[in-house]
Write a protein that binds this ligand. Structure first.
Ligand SMILES: Nc1ncnc2c1ncn2[C@@H]1O[C@H](COP(=O)(O)OP(=O)(O)OP(=O)(O)O)[C@@H](O)[C@H]1O
Length: 364
């Protein structure tokens, strides 16, 4: 049975420096939950509080109904995989995996069948007699994963497990981790600063900044409807353009600084006439058009990347935006060309200029 993790108003202080001040979240049984955020935002600190390597200065952490604040690490029934694998160089693959079990005093026959089963799950059985130096980074990470899982933990914690791998192996291993996690069905907390990795692997993501949760949601929700400007900037590429709301009997419009106006159907009721906004527009949310009700600009740079072409366009207002167009829809636009670009109003996000919080109606 998978467990839930309840983090309730936790506080972490390193001497007089408060890194996390009253953070709450719930991780559901069996889900792969990712803590995502820039370096230094407190992801590892929170992970170490869950496993018990860090003390907790306030609040509670519960596994199902049990408060675990003062339960020692070795009694928490959690497995952890680190960025640097932390497998023993002098032991073979199966000896490394056996290590965790030995500490549990399991009997020899049970131990061997459990090790074999785990090696199969992570697909490392063909290498069982090899020492780590004969394994690739991805294979070493599979051993680390098997060693963490062999003790049948309630929770699996992974701290930047793919950072030491090259780009191709990272993609292969993130698929492998997701598959293994689903097969085992274990509640997993995964830490990364890589937004693409988080989108690819997670059931849900918590985006953190400066020790504070900015948003928790499914990858697609966080990507499509970020709660605030920080999340929209951190997940994927976003252009930010200033605008003002015009509200009249015909509806609600966002008017950009050069006069281009676009009707917005999904703004929250609190948005009023004259409201200063920041529009966050992903490169693929622009359309190059012959319409003159559009942002006028000049293509500064054209980068052809096969299926898509990226254009850097300097607008009349002086802002530079990145525009991505599918090659099937457009002939390549040479540098120096004057262009008009519109936004796709259903896809873009608007934020309050001061609070930087979303102005899109919930659920739209
Ligand atoms: N042992 C420690 N003593 C004092 N300060 C610490 C300690 N560990 C972390 N910090 C501080 O706490 C903050 C959060 O660090 P943490 O390692 O949790 O961030 P992170 O989001 O995991 O970043 P990274 O991705 O770089 O590891 C940072 O300001 C860091 O300097």
């Amino acid at each position: 049975m998978s467990v839930a993790i309840h983090v309730d108003k936790v506080v972490k202080k390193y001497e007089d420096h408060t890194v996390i001040n009253g953070l709450s979240l719930t991780i559901k049984p069996g889900e792969l939950f990712t803590l995502l955020g820039p370096s230094g935002c407190g992801k590892t600190t929170l992970l170490r509080m869950i496993i018990g390597f860090n003390s907790i200065e306030g609040g509670t952490i519960k596994i199902d109904e049990q408060v675990i604040n003062s339960i020692p690490v070795n009694k928490r029934k959690m497995g952890m995989v680190f960025q640097n694998y932390a497998i023993f160089p002098h032991m073979t693959v199966s000896e490394n995996i056996a290590f965790g079990l030995k500490a549990q005093n399991a009997n020899k026959k049970d131990m061997q069948s459990r090790i074999n089963e785990m090696m199969k799950v992570v697909r490392i059985e063909d290498h069982h007699a090899k020492k780590p130096e004969k394994l690739s980074g991805g294979q070493q990470q599979r051993v680390a994963l098997a060693r963490a899982l062999v003790i049948n933990p309630n929770v699996l914690l992974m701290d930047e497990p793919l950072s030491n791998l090259d780009a191709k192996l990272r993609v292969e291993m993130r698929n492998a981790i997701k598959e293994i996690q689903q097969k085992v069905g274990i509640t997993t907390v995964y830490v990364t600063h890589d937004q693409e990795e988080a989108l690819a692997i997670s059931d849900r993501i918590a985006v953190m900044n400066k020790g504070v949760i900015q948003q928790i949601g499914k990858p697609e929700d966080i990507y499509l409807r970020p709660n605030n400007l920080f999340v929209s900037q951190f997940i994927g590429t976003s252009n930010v353009i200033k605008g003002v709301i015009e509200k009249n009997q015909d509806g609600c419009f966002v008017v950009f600084n050069d006069g281009y106006r676009e009707k917005m159907e999904n703004l929250s009721d609190t948005v009023g006439d004259g409201h200063h906004v920041l529009a966050s527009v992903r490169p693929q949310e622009f359309i190059v058009t012959s319409d003159t009700n559009a942002l006028a600009g000049v293509v500064d740079k054209t980068i052809f990347l096969g299926i898509n072409t990226h254009y850097f366009v300097t607008l009349k207002t002086g802002e530079t935006v990145e525009v991505v167009q599918n090659i099937e829809d457009h002939a390549l636009i040479p540098e120096g060309t004057a262009v008009n670009i519109k936004v796709k109003p259903k896809l873009i996000n608007l934020f309050d200029e001061v609070s930087e919080m979303t102005l899109i109606k919930a659920g739209e």
